[in-house]
Design a binder for this molecule. Structure first.
Ligand code: FAD
Length: 496
């Protein structure tokens, strides 16, 4: 904590005969979350919408590239870090280490975090544009691709987005309480998110209980009857979208046996030599797992849980139990491939196959949604149309992360595309395309607007209070943290 911040955090400022909450004082007096006087007339003021990897990497890059730029992050939730907190699997703590870098950025004297501000609702993009020289939209991909098949709304069908949000403590998914009383779960999609979900469903509780998975999810998984998880893809083994690390984790999962269909791998051995290296290694591992030598298989025979990749299948219909109207199975259409390699297309053959299951999780992709009608949006691609991060036909508006590229790639991919956006912005500032010569009010005027609307932002030091409470709660049960599960609870702790 800086000396400045300590000085100002206890300061009571009076306005029209009443006490102003600390955050309003900071806004009005031109103070940012770090208690630093930030209202300098000539500095370029940039506002970023979101606080996931894209927002933090864009901010980091801008601050580094220009010594005068000031960056404010506006985040819908009271807590920062986006999918690093609410997406990355609880048993992948090493991935979450990026939070340390993000925290350094947030604590930089020229960066401020304002959580609990829903852009598009509490404040419009136009209002942000009036207050800042540039606005970067980095609000990710919070929508869901639907399967478009009958039965999709049945009890027992979930999107991976919600299921992941549930075990990771996303407030909007708290009530999901998925029914895990069935024996077989089918996951549609074969990317890393699908494998994360399969792994969480089948992992021994002793492993999960040492992670930051939420307590309600841990309890539900401890009682889970799910013994078999099928991970279904439209195309073949040479087209899967997962990476080798996630596949290897499945193969090595204790007390669990892979159960593949050898016939799906016909011709794969012959094709191996022509595959690019990462795809070749991934396919070799799948092949080895599918055609496991008998000795290995025996070793695993004691396993009580099974998982398998199922290929060349598309969902046709979710089947209901006529008595309970809950999910009782899934009808899959059998596909053949047209073409080869990455570009091969799945074509239905007309043959179908029913699989009995009580749980269907669709992991066929996230998608961005428009948050403000004034911002151009390509509904077909579900991204904001842009050129190197410059939003088309919207001067002063930029985008980064999954909103810019679509929901693909790991954090490192998001980092690179966010650095590219920052580079475009710096170029535009340097060339004068982005006019930063006139003074802008920045957080000062936005703070006043929010106050009028009854919205109270959460600063980064407020988040640190939440962080401490969560870590303390986790300590009591041997977990790295026990997350607060509602916005109300988060705000209560933040305002203490
Ligand atoms: P996000 O991380 O989604 O951040 C967007 C932020 O914007 C959120 O904080 C959101 O609350 C906020 N926001 C949304 N709407 C508004 C609004 N209206 N106003 C203000 N704020 C708003 N990558 C890895 O490298 N390793 C992994 O193990 C890994 N696991 C993953 C697991 C899952 C389930 C998923 C979905 C992704 C995973 N990724 C992983 C990919 C990684 O999470 C993404 O590359 C990255 O998070 C994308 O960053 P982003 O900032 O664009 O979006």
């Amino acid at each position: 904590m800086s000396g400045h911040k300590m000085m100002f955090s206890g300061l009571k400022l009076w306005t029209k005969g009443r006490i102003r909450p600390a955050w309003i004082s900071r806004f009005h007096d031109g103070m940012n979350g770090r208690g630093k006087a930030s209202f300098s007339t000539c500095s370029p003021k940039v506002c970023i919408v979101g606080s996931g990897p894209a927002a933090f990497y864009t901010a980091q890059s801008l601050i580094k590239a220009r010594q005068d730029v000031e960056v404010d992050l506006y985040e819908r939730l009271p807590v920062p870090f986006g999918l690093v907190r609410f997406g990355v699997a609880p048993d992948h703590p090493e991935v979450k280490n990026v939070i340390n870098t993000f925290t350094q950025t947030a604590k930089h004297p020229r960066c401020s975090f304002y959580g609990n501000v829903n852009v598009g609702k509490d404040v419009s993009v136009k209002e942000l544009q009036q207050a800042y020289h540039a606005v970067v939209l980095s609000y990710g991909a919070e929508g869901n691709r639907s399967m478009g098949v009958p039965g999709e709304d049945l009890a027992g069908v979930y999107s991976a987005k919600d299921f992941v949000g549930w075990y990771n403590g996303l407030p909007s998914c708290r009530e999901l309480s998925p029914d895990l009383s069935c024996e077989t779960a089918v996951i549609l999609g074969q990317g890393n998110v699908a494998l994360d979900v399969a792994r969480v469903l089948l992992s021994p509780i002793d492993i999960l209980k040492k992670t930051d998975i939420t307590q309600p999810a841990l309890e539900a998984l401890a009682e889970s009857q799910v013994r078999r998880v099928l991970v279904v893809g439209r195309r073949g083994p040479m087209q899967v979208a997962c990476t080798i690390k996630e596949l290897r984790e499945m193969v090595n999962l204790p007390n669990t046996r892979p159960d593949m269909v050898a016939a799906d791998f016909e011709g794969v051995t012959e094709a191996l030599k022509d595959l690019p290296r990462p795809r070749k290694r991934l396919t070799e591992l799948m092949l080895k797992t599918a055609l496991e030598i008998p000795g290995e298989k025996e070793k695993r025979n004691k396993a009580s849980r099974f998982w398998g990749l199922r290929f060349f299948r598309s969902p046709i219909e979710i089947l209901a139990d006529p008595d309970t109207n809950r999910t009782a199975g899934i009808r899959l259409g059998v596909n053949r491939l047209e073409g080869s390699g990455e570009g091969a297309r799945a074509v239905l053959t007309g043959e179908v196959e029913d699989v009995t299951c009580g749980l269907v999780i669709s992991s066929i992709g996230y998608k961005s949604i428009p948050i403000d009608p004034s911002v151009p949006f390509d509904s077909r691609k579900a991204i904001v149309p842009n050129n190197m991060g410059r939003i088309e036909q919207a001067a002063g508006l930029y985008c980064s992360g999954w909103l810019k590229t679509g929901p693909t790639g790991v954090i490192a991919t998001t980092m690179n595309n966010s650095f590219d956006t920052a580079r475009s912005m710096v170029e535009d500032m340097d060339s004068g395309t982005l006019d930063v010569s006139t003074a802008k009010t920045g957080s000062q005027s936005i703070g006043a607007l929010l106050e009028k609307r009854g919205v109270k932002p959460v600063t980064f030091s407020d988040w640190e209070k939440i962080d401490i409470v969560e870590m303390r709660r986790g300590e009591a049960t041997g977990k790295p943290r026990e997350k607060l599960l509602t916005v109300e609870e988060m705000l209560q702790v933040a305002r203490k």
